[in-house]
Every structure is written in C-alpha cells, then in structure tokens.
Ligand binder design. Structure first.
Ligand code: HXC
Length: 531
C-alpha cells in the first residue's frame, strides 16, 4: 500500500494573481485529497474486501449531504521520513451529513494512509468533529479502519487518543456515539469504540485488539491470526461488538436504521414515525407461541415480533448472553427498548453475562429517552460456584442498579415464570416500573411450587407415612395460594392481568399515557454503580 504523497505544494502561490487559476489549484488539491494516496493503495484496499473511505460515506449518508472540513490538513512530523510524506487529510475524513434528513457527524479513517494510524493532526481533526457533535447535539459516527497510535509520532499520537477518550466520556449520554469497525483496529482504535454506545463489526475485515498478533507473539510466544485474536466472531461473543455483519454495505445500512431509532441527543425524544400497524392490534398468535407449562421452551424473539410495529426490531448482542434478548423496536411509531428473558437459552436464567448485557442496554435506553418494555419469563438466577465465585452478586447488581436508576417510562409484562430475586430485578413494580401486566399463565413467587414445598415442608414430608402424597398435596396447596397472578394482583404488585392477545394494545396504551412522565432524583454528582 505504497503512499504516493507527492510534494505538499506543487504550485507557486507567490506569483499567481488570477482567480480562475487559483480555483483550479484549489480543485487539484481537493481532488488529490478525494482520490486518496494512489490507485495501487485503493486496489489493495479493495483486495482486502474493503471499501474506501468515501465509498463508505456514500452508503452511510443521504446522497449529496456530506460536507467535509479539514480536507487539506496535514501532519507536522518530521522524523522517520515523515517530512516528505504529507498526504492531505492525514488519513481521516471528517465532516457532517444527513441520515433520513437528520444531521450526523462523522470521522472516517483511511487505511490507505499510514495504515489509518492516528497522529497529532489526525487526532485533532477528530477532536474538532467531536466538539461540533457535542455543541450542536447530533450523533457521532466513527468509521474505524486504523492501526492505532501512529508509531512515528510517539507521545503526541498517544495524547491525541487521550483527547478522544476524554471527549467520548464527556459526550456519553449526551449524543449517541456509534463506532463502525471496518478494518484492523488496534490499541486506541479499539479503546475509543469501547467508550461509545454501539459497536458494529464486519466479519473477516474488522478486528479489535489492544495489542496485535506480532506483539502477542513477542511477549507470550502465542501464534494467533488477526481474526482469531479479535475478529467479529470473537467479539460477538465477548460482548465488545453490539452488531456483526457479513459485509460493509449491510452494516452501514443498519447504522442508518439504528440512527433512525435514536434521538439526536439526550434533550430530545426519539423520532416518532407514522405506522400502518394499529396500536390496538390483537396479537392472537401469542396464545400459541408461549406454552402454558412453565418448563417448556420457546423463542422469545417470536413474541417480540408479535408485539412491535410490523414485526421489526433491531437486536443487540445477538450471540452474547443469549439467555436475554435486548432489542430496539417501535410501538405505535415510537422507539422502545425491549429486555426479555429467552427461555430457549439456559431456560432464560439470569447470570453474569446476561445481567451485564441488559444493564448496559437499560442504561443506554435511559440515557436517550427510550421507554423500556420488559418481558419476564425467568426461573431465577443461575445457581452454582461457577457464577458465585465469578462475582454474580456484583454483576447481577449492575442490572438492578440500571433499572432502579432509569427514569424513562417503564412497563413490565410477566408472561410466565417470575421467581425470586430475578423477578424483582426484571423491572418489577417494587423497583420502579410504572406499570406491570401479567398473563393468566403467570407464576410470580419466591420460587416454584416444588422447590417451595421441599424447603418449607421438608420435615413434615420426611415424617409422613406417605411422603409422596403429602409432598404432592403441599405443592398443590402452595400453587393454589401463591403461584398465580391473582395473588400479585390482589396485592397491587401487578396492575392488571391481561389476555395475552391484548399485550400489544396494553403496552401501546401504557406508553402513550407515560409519554409525559416526569421523574427527579435527589441531587448527586453522579451515582456509584457497581461497574
Ligand atoms: C504508523 C503504521 C502503524 C502504526 C501500521 N502502519 N501500523 N504506521 N503507525 N501504528 C502502516 C504500516 O507500516 C504499513 O505502511 C501500513 O500501515 C499497513 O500496515 P500493514 O502492517 O502492512 O497491514 P496489515 O498486515 O493489515 O496489519 C495491520 C495491523 C498492523 C494489524 C494494524 O499493521 C499492526 O499490528 N500495526 C501496529 C498496531 C499497533 O501496535 N498500534 C499501536 C497501538 S497502541 P506502508 O507504508 O508499508 O503501507 C495505541 C495506544 C493508544 O494505540 C492508547 C490506548 C489506551
């Protein structure tokens, strides 16, 4: 990927006084920046199954909407042959454009220029666009394809990353920040995305790692390829990647879809669209989708599709912590965040990974005024030394904290099982849900009837002449008294027991009523969540 930088000045500015000649020279400089370093570098980029930076922007943004600034910026490094290599733009394109007519700010890295590495000028360009995104209150999208800190620029490159990290955090919860990983992203090029709200990765072309395979080999002796170390299939399971795609085009189109669901900033509600899907549509299919027997599995995603507008939703972290589903969708045209236990994965238990995944999602929705709908079918927390010794208490508390702190409209629907602490954590009324609905199949209790009988009536069962009969009798008794929705309804812990077919209309009605919800918390510098 040889860089044909050319001399930075090919034109004697001191002697020309003719406007059209000056404009021609301006156009030549712009064209050079636009075309990239060389046809060979572009071919090499395409040979890696990657688009060039401007091809990417063409897919991401509404046609003709992109406005570029700092096109002619160059670095000021002199060592290691850098004085003769001053490509215009310094390996990053910055500017703003529109997605469905709404402004977004973009920085897009050009791997053809010094491997997309970040030096001082490159970093300052990103700082500039981040500052504009913050001050104007519009989303920031980073198209990342770069090797991290530019080695030739030393500590000034590292400091450039410091300035990005600081801004990522300053803007966190203020404007949506979206990272799109489109190449080998090392060091700071991986850390900055980790501070943003959503991370997209493209399979086979994108990798994220703190130190690359060469360093890994030098330090540990371990031989590993780029993809084995930090490819999309790795990070779809670590939770680092929120979304994984097979190609750049579908990835960039999904970024557009995501942006269409989000508000421009935390002071605005998410956009509301008109929908042909009636808010009061009966969802009769739900009666068959969810088996009444508490132990039988089903795919919660089918339930979500039945409830939301047009069956459309955007699932986050599809392959990580699959026992919980987190998705963005619309109900009656307004964006909602859905958190749902997934009975077909680990029976839908809560564990460390699912608590972390859902906590992050709840926090993201709360930051951007997205109402939360929680679909509960949870047998409890995953028991065992594996989880307890890995800090289940601390990690589980993240989800509890995130829900308790969320001030957006919150609606809970209990489909079937809702046992113990896991029921409380899954946005129960007692931790602040605004409304809670239960299906008639619902079992809210401290635990299942069998488990309860074994604990409470253990001695009586052991001493009985016919332990089996006493046990069965006690289970039936417990089930009749406590394990159904009416006990919770009688105590005001669910607001209504509903026909499952009315779930969509109940949610839509609740969210419409809650649109004007106001909630204030006592003043704190910030909370102290169990990170
Ligand atoms: C300057 C770099 C560079 C870098 C690559 N290049 N990395 N230039 N600084 N960090 C240049 C190469 O010299 C080459 O230039 C071109 O980019 C393409 O690189 P290749 O190695 O040929 O490409 P590839 O085989 O695809 O490998 C890509 C790569 C690898 C995985 C990114 O280059 C790599 O591991 N680079 C080092 C990554 C790294 O350690 N970065 C520092 C991270 S520390 P020519 O001119 O030959 O085309 C960091 C700290 C931030 O970021 C703070 C964190 C808290």
């Amino acid at each position: 990927t040889a860089v044909d930088d050319g001399p930075s000045v090919q034109f004697d500015l001191s002697t020309v006084d003719d406007m059209s000649t000056r404009v021609r020279e301006l156009r030549r400089r712009r064209a050079r920046a636009h075309d990239g370093p060389s046809p060979a570098a572009t071919e090499a980029q395409h040979a890696r199954r990657k688009l060039t930076v401007r091809e990417r922007l063409d897919i991401l943004l509404d046609p003709g909407s992109f406005v570029e600034i700092d096109t002619l910026r160059t670095h000021r490094a002199t060592g290691f042959g850098m004085a003769d290599r001053k490509p215009p733009g310094d390996g990053v394109v910055i500017g703003w454009g529109a997605i469905e007519g709404r402004t977004v700010f973009v920085h897009a890295h050009d791997f053809r220029v010094f491997g997309g590495s970040l030096g001082e000028a490159h970093a300052q360009k990103i700082h500039k666009i981040m500052d504009l995104a913050e001050s104007t209150g519009a989303p920031l999208i980073g198209l990342n394809d770069g090797a991290g800190a530019r080695i030739q620029e030393g500590v000034t490159a590292l400091a450039g990353y410091g300035g990005i990290f600081r801004r990522n955090v300053r803007m966190s919860g203020v404007v949506p920040q979206i990272s799109v990983m489109l190449g080998p992203c090392a060091g700071g090029a991986a850390y900055s995305p980790a501070l943003t709200d959503f991370v997209f990765m493209v399979r086979d072309v994108a990798q994220m790692f703190v130190t690359g395979p060469d360093v890994v080999h030098a330090v540990t002796g371990e031989q590993v390829t780029h993809d084995e170390l930090g490819g999309a299939d790795v990070h779809t399971r670590t939770g680092v990647a929120t979304f994984v795609h097979d190609d750049e085009e579908s990835c960039l189109l999904d970024v557009r879809y995501l942006v269409s669901l989000l508000p421009a900033n935390n002071q605005q509600p998410p956009p509301v669209v008109t929908t042909a899907d009636p808010a009061d549509r009966r969802a009769d299919a739900l009666l068959d989708l969810v088996p009444a027997e508490p132990g039988r599995a089903y795919d919660m995603r089918a339930v979500i599709a039945e409830i939301v507008d047009d069956g459309e939703y955007l699932e986050l972290h599809e392959d990580w912590a699959t026992n919980i589903v987190c998705a963005l969708a619309r109900v009656d045209g307004a964006t909602v965040g859905i958190v749902a236990n997934q009975p077909q994965s680990l029976a839908g238990v809560l564990d460390i990974a699912s608590a972390e995944k859902a906590a992050r999602f709840v926090q993201t929705c709360d930051a951007f005024n997205i109402a939360l709908v929680t679909l509960v079918d949870v047998p409890g927390f995953l028991p065992g030394t594996g989880q307890e010794h890995s800090g289940l208490i601390r990690h589980g508390a993240k989800l509890l904290y995130a829900y308790c702190a969320a001030t957006v409209p919150r609606v809970q629907v209990i489909l079937r099982k809702a046992y113990g602490g896991a029921y409380i954590v899954m946005d129960s009324r007692s931790i602040g849900a605004d409304l809670s609905f239960a299906w008639p199949t619902n079992e809210i209790a401290v635990m299942g009837a069998e488990g309860a009988a074994n604990v409470v009536f253990r001695k009586e069962i052991a001493a009985a002449a016919d332990p089996g009969a006493v046990r069965a009798q006690r289970i039936a008794e417990y089930r009749e008294r406590l394990v159904h929705p009416y006990y919770a309804a009688e105590h005001g812990l669910v607001d209504d027991v509903i026909d499952p077919a009315d779930t969509r209309s109940a949610i839509a009605g609740a969210l419409a009523m809650l649109r004007t919800k106001r909630a204030t918390y006592p003043l704190a510098k910030h909370g102290n969540p169990p990170l």
